[in-house]
Design a protein around this ligand. Sequence first.
Ligand code: GLN
Length: 201
Amino acid sequence: MTAPVIGVLALQGDVREHLAALTGAGAQARPVRRPAELDAVDGLVIPGGESTTISKLVDIFELREPIDKRIAAGLPVYGSCAGLIMLASEVLDGRPDQRGFDGIEMTVRRNAFGRQVDSFEASVEVTGIDGGPLHAVFIRAPWVEHVGADVEVLGRVTEGPAAGRIVAVRQGNLLATSFHPELTHDLRLHRYFTQLVRTAS
Ligand code: GLN
């Protein structure tokens, strides 16, 4: 089986870490900055970073319409943290001018955990990922406050003041987490996404 080509939106954020994790997970990983590069991928990762900046750069690099179109056509996309915000249909505490891809029917709150602590780590059990809970790293992370009927909740925080908060979701070929598996050495989530891309293409 040939390795699927998975792009990482390389405008801002932790692009390198996702490229390394995808390579480790058996994908052909490539940075995506231009529409022609987007055309060549079977799946896309939107990295963690700053969603307001990514939103601006998506317009400057003329990627908004091409990405909207690919998502509408079923492109598998995985968003971590800022990437989760970019995939949401509604953002609370966002900047008025930030715009995402309206892919997953969910309301997310930006910097939600940040009111208590800027960053923290927790164990999160993710449906569909075997081998025990993931070690989840949250950095000024959003959480998901509401999901539509077609959204599958894959994981929640189970400990501490944020217990019960939704932090991993999937709707069709779109996958999103509030946390950053690319910052750990655990490749299971990137393997899960690579498999999703394989199945879709
Ligand atoms: N707070 C950031 C945002 O609003 C997300 C943080 C992250 O990706 N680590 O986009």
